[in-house]
Design a protein. Structure first.
Length: 208
């Protein structure tokens, strides 16, 4: 009987240790593994696969290949080959980014500049794209943003127009609306100049 208990305990201990080791091994297996490339050709093949999903700028593709395990020389050589075959072209990519961004219709110049920087497009090329976004276009986008704000805040605007309010109450609500409009427009990349113009338009449109 003593031998049996000891055997069972020993067996249970081994089982516990086995589970502990297995659990530890499973935990380690979850760690991200970065495998390097043997050659620039492998980095190039990886880049082709990435491009099958979406476009990249030269800078962002190099960064992505480095994260995949390419060294600096492999990433640079792979991207140079992509450029030779016109599979990566920053000018073309910048134009596509701009056209997609322009269709949103509710954002200003500062938002566009941030979007171009996020995509890895350099200052010189970004300035060329920003020049396409004329003051007239930005003012139209600002008007669109003001209309969107008015639509989302219809109840508050209606409340501010209520004849039951005292002049002091109406003024307090106006200030809150103007402050909210300012935050809304700033978050969409419009400068203070456009905020002032739009506050005036908002006041006329809503009779606040």
């Amino acid at each position: 009987m003593m031998w049996n208990r000891s055997s069972r305990k020993s067996s249970e201990n081994r089982s516990s240790e086995s589970k502990s080791y297995t659990g530890s091994r499973r935990h380690k297996d979850k760690s991200p593994k970065v495998e390097g490339f043997v050659s620039a050709q492998e980095a190039y093949d990886c880049a082709l696969n990435l491009l099958s999903y979406r476009d990249f700028s030269k800078q962002r593709m190099q960064e992505r290949l480095r994260r995949k395990g390419a060294d600096a020389a492999q990433a640079e050589e792979a991207v140079a080959k992509l450029e030779d075959y016109n599979l990566i072209n920053d000018e073309r990519y910048a134009s596509r980014v701009y056209e997609g961004w322009l269709n949103k219709r509710y954002y200003g110049r500062q938002h566009l500049a941030a979007e171009l920087a996020k995509r890895g497009l350099g200052p010189e090329l970004s300035q060329e794209i920003l020049a396409r976004f004329t003051p007239e276009l930005e003012e139209q986008h600002a008007a669109n943003a003001a209309a969107l704000f008015a639509q989302r805040n219809g109840e508050r605007i209606a409340e501010a127009r209520s004849s039951e309010l005292t002049p002091q109450e109406r003024m307090a609500l106006q200030k809150k609306l103007y402050a909210a409009a300012g935050r809304f427009l700033a978050s969409r990349g419009f400068s203070a100049r456009y905020m002032q113009i739009l506050w005036e338009k908002l006041q006329v449109n809503t009779d606040i």
